[in-house]
Design a protein around this ligand. Structure first.
Ligand code: SF4
Ligand code: SF4
Length: 383
């Protein structure tokens, strides 16, 4: 395929995004060995790094859109190369040139919706708080202790709205003083940034930061590990600092502090999937497990790939908006691992993971034998 981009420019772009880290790569190939793509098809991030170092990247290629930013290869690289940042810089370049491979069409659509409506799902901003209409949820005002930031999926997606409702139920029962910002919220911007659109990310981040400051937000509880990552690590680039807590951490805090009582039993075999942005990216492995250990009757069977070796669901890095052909879905492989440990329920703590797994559950016709649950839904059932 013809290389349309000037070599020098790619090299400069890479330098800007990842410094000189790619120079450290000595082509050992460990990143390719650990990358989940190589369970389903050939894909070489090592080769992409090599080509980028020489300015030979084909920005028209599907391959630059493949990395789910799962975080496995940066953990294993003996030379400390940041493959994710290098990959994102290539997408940034492709976005600047408005060159999108056929597989990345969903990113373009998400970008349009994020720009006009503040969410990637082509939904109206005016309807962002509709899920909470019949619930006891107050608008966040100055002095409220906690902002519950539910994310775009919990606000609009019919499956994920159940998680939003379970969360509200739990927060109310625990007597937490919380509120939502509803139509004033925008997408956190994590995935569009990883998909290479820095401009859209910055616009969303500035809108949210202004809203948080104008409304006196100090503590934010999030359901999505992607919001957690962005609010905690990326919004600080704008010289702000909010206390950010993932719902799995908050739940454990409520249970340990005696504010949330577990009264029921959960007599099922479950397994827990570590979402990439909760586990590998943020080191939150123990809190969700501790919650599950606190539930009487629940049997937790761990899968072969767990904690920092967890198998990615396939939805990060903007891939949740892209179509992945059957036979190449990591979520299908993950459900095989779930079945192998005899679990009746797959528990996780991320809206992207749930979306990917629910899709696989349907296409693999496992609806009768397997449930997919967010950890809040399990807790709601036993309190
Ligand atoms: S693991 Fe690191 S050093 Fe080895 S090929 Fe990959 S990026 Fe290069
Ligand atoms: S971050 Fe994950 S998906 Fe991306 S190249 Fe590395 S191992 Fe593969």
């Amino acid at each position: 395929m013809e290389t349309k981009t000037p070599f020098k420019e790619i090299i400069e772009e890479i330098k800007e995004a990842g410094g000189d880290a790619y120079r450290l790569c000595y082509q050992c190939g460990i990143c390719d060995v650990v990358c989940p793509w190589n369970n389903v098809r050939n894909f070489s991030i090592r080769k992409i790094i090599r080509e980028a170092a020489f300015g030979l990247t084909e920005i028209e290629s599907d391959d630059i859109w493949r990395c789910t930013t799962c975080g496995t290869c940066p953990e294993k690289c003996p030379r400390g190369v940041d493959q994710i940042e290098l990959g994102v810089s290539l997408r940034r370049l492709a976005t600047n040139y408005n060159v999108f491979a056929a597989s990345a069409g969903g990113v373009k659509a998400a970008r349009g919706s994020l720009t006009t409506e503040g969410n990637p799902l082509n939904e109206e901003r005016a309807k962002r708080a509709d899920w909470a209409k019949d619930l006891s949820v107050k608008p966040f005002t100055e002095g409220t202790e906690v902002l519950f930031f539910g994310c775009c999926y919990l606000s609009y997606d019919s499956r994920m709205k159940k998680v939003a409702m379970a969360t509200v139920d739990i927060l109310n029962k625990a007597g937490v003083d919380f509120g939502i910002l509803g139509t004033k919220e925008s997408c956190c911007g994590e995935s569009i940034r990883k998909a290479g659109d820095e401009e859209v990310f910055k616009g969303l981040a500035r809108e949210n930061i202004k809203t948080f400051i104008d409304n006196g937000v100090k503590k934010i509880v999030v359901s999505s590990p992607h919001c957690y990552e962005t609010f905690k690590k990326e919004y600080s680039e704008f010289m702000v600092n909010f206390e950010v807590v993932h719902m799995s951490q908050f739940l454990l805090e409520l249970i340990k502090g005696g504010r949330l009582k577990i009264t029921g039993k959960y007599g099922k075999k479950v397994t827990y999937h570590d979402p990439c942005y909760l586990g590998r990216h943020n080191g939150i492995y123990d809190e969700p497990r501790e919650i599950l250990y606190n539930i009487p009757g629940l049997t937790l069977n761990e899968m072969a790939s767990t904690r920092n070796n967890s198998l990615c669901c396939g939805g990060g890095g903007g891939r949740v908006w892209m179509e992945t052909p059957k036979g190449e879905r990591f979520s299908d492989l993950r459900l095989e691992q779930v079945r192998a440990v005899g679990a009746e329920v797959l528990v996780t703590a991320c809206p992207y993971c749930i979306t990917m797994f629910e899709d696989s559950r349907l296409t693999l016709e496992l609806d009768d034998v397997l449930e997919i649950k967010d950890i809040t839904e399990i807790v709601q059932e036993v309190m």
